[in-house]
Design a protein around this ligand. Structure first.
Ligand code: ATP
Length: 434
């Protein structure tokens, strides 16, 4: 049976006023419709761990979609519904979204299939979750507001810093949970419980991944590689031999770990300087793992993980181009700012960071970082219309002149518009363009 205790003081301490008010109005909406409802999962777990909470996941004992519509009307905001799964998202604002689910019993047709959904009560809903630490529910109805409900020993496991499944067939039922166990253990600095670790080993032994869609593995891998420091999770994956599930010929060696460490440093450096910029962090780590694979194995990994065409092109062709380009810079080092600029300008953040992670040459790394922070932004102040004014015919001559202006700027000349103009006129005359 459930252990219950009130944690409204902790809520008041940890949550901002907006979140508290939102939870209270959601609870009030439940009372108005005569429905029990709870905030569940990661939100409650992170609240108890005193970490920053993000997504609000609500479970309603009843029709979640009707409830979500009612809340959206009350708060005057948008709602998206997914009838098939009995779920909805209330879009409170750009930043705040509330996921609403109907308490339900999920079962699986056969191991590794997508779940089939039926309506049921909160305990059953929590019982289908991956780990005990994700099974907490927090009541939102006014008379029980802030009551923590723990059916499966979640508070004990949070205290023991342990990841445990709820039942022994958990990984056979859904093998992606193996990746999730590793992700949570790494993120919170928890251990995977002994029994749970044995269940993971057994599930891998019986080849539970056979029927698992590559898309689901990819989604879990992306999540692991998006964590602040994914390296301990990657180590843990290799301890269980999970890299062989991705591809039998994928080897993660001490040399790979060296590059991963270097990627970590590079990404930390970048993210401190460019706090606002978002880019697919996961792709840098993923490319490091693919780095030593042959093209054929890399292709097979992309096939297995059902990586979509666009991303596949980046991870294969563009990655090889970036590696070759880095090779060129390393073997011609020191290279001029001009050469470096034209060698790197067509690669986006992910590939520039990948090259910085790969190189073992400190001076090359410094040059690439200077390119990224400083001179990739060098652009002529003069424009096409200035060239028309001096009599150049629009066409290839424009690009040629503007590139020459850019080159001169990269060399540190032409710090004013006037100097650029003089340079352009002189260049155009010398090359019979005017
Ligand atoms: P994060 O902070 O990474 O978002 P989360 O706990 O919110 O962590 P989600 O992946 O958003 O994780 O999942 C929401 C909830 O759904 C989890 O708390 C978990 O209980 C449940 N869940 C997600 N994936 C599975 C799964 N494969 N099997 C069982 N339950 C799952």
């Amino acid at each position: 049976n459930a252990r219950k205790r009130r944690i409204h003081n902790l809520m008041a301490q940890r949550l901002d006023d907006r979140t508290m008010d939102l939870l209270k109005s959601i609870g009030a909406a439940g009372d108005e419709l005569g429905l029990n409802l709870y905030v569940v999962g990661g939100f409650v777990r992170d609240l108890l761990l005193q970490r920053t909470v993000d997504d609000i996941d609500i479970v309603v004992e009843g029709d979640g979609i009707a409830f979500a519509r009612y809340v959206a009307e009350k708060l005057n905001c948008r709602v998206n519904t997914h009838k098939k799964f009995g779920t909805a998202v209330v879009i409170v604002s750009e930043q705040i979204k509330v996921d609403v689910a109907s308490a339900r019993l999920e079962y699986y047709d056969f191991p590794a299939a997508l779940p089939i959904v039926e309506k049921s009560s909160i305990k059953r809903d929590l019982a289908r979750r991956d780990f005990t630490i994700n099974t907490l529910a927090l009541s939102l109805n006014a008379d029980t507001f802030g009551t923590l409900i723990d059916y499966f020993g979640a508070t004990r496991d949070l205290k023991d810093k342990t990841i445990r499944t709820i039942h022994n067939l958990s990984f056979v039922e859904d093998p992606t949970r193996i990746f999730r166990a590793i992700k949570f253990a790494n993120r919170f600095g928890f251990d995977i419980g002994k029994v749970t670790a044995n269940l993971i080993r057994n599930a891998i032994k019986v080849d539970c991944f056979k029927n698992l869609s590559g898309l689901r593995v990819l989604s879990e891998l992306k999540q692991i590689f998006s964590e602040e420091d994914p390296i301990p999770a990657i180590r843990s994956m290799t301890d269980y031999g999970l890299e062989k599930v991705i591809h039998p010929r994928l080897e993660i060696t001490p040399a790979t770990y060296q590059i991963l460490e270097s990627a970590n440093k590079t990404l930390t450096w970048h993210d401190l300087l460019y706090v606002q910029e978002t880019y697919p962090r996961w792709a840098v780590y993923f490319m490091v793992l693919l780095h030593r694979c042959t093209f054929k194995v890399s292709e097979q990994i992309c096939d297995r993980l059902m990586i979509p065409v666009g991303e596949r092109q980046l991870l294969l062709e563009t990655r090889y181009k970036a590696e070759n380009r880095l090779g060129f810079i390393e073997s011609n080092h020191p290279v001029s700012r001009q050469k470096l600029y034209w060698a790197l300008i067509n690669f986006n953040t992910v590939f520039v960071l990948y090259m910085m992670a790969l190189t073992k040459n400190e001076a090359v790394r410094r040059d690439i970082s200077n390119f990224y922070t400083q001179f990739r932004h060098v652009t002529p102040k003069i424009r096409g219309k200035d060239l028309i004014r001096i009599g150049v015919t629009p066409g290839p001559a424009f690009t040629k002149i503007l590139n020459e202006v850019r080159n001169a700027k990269l060399d540190g000349h032409l710090d004013t518009r006037e100097k650029e103009m003089d340079f352009a006129i002189k260049y155009a005359r010398e090359n019979n363009m005017i």
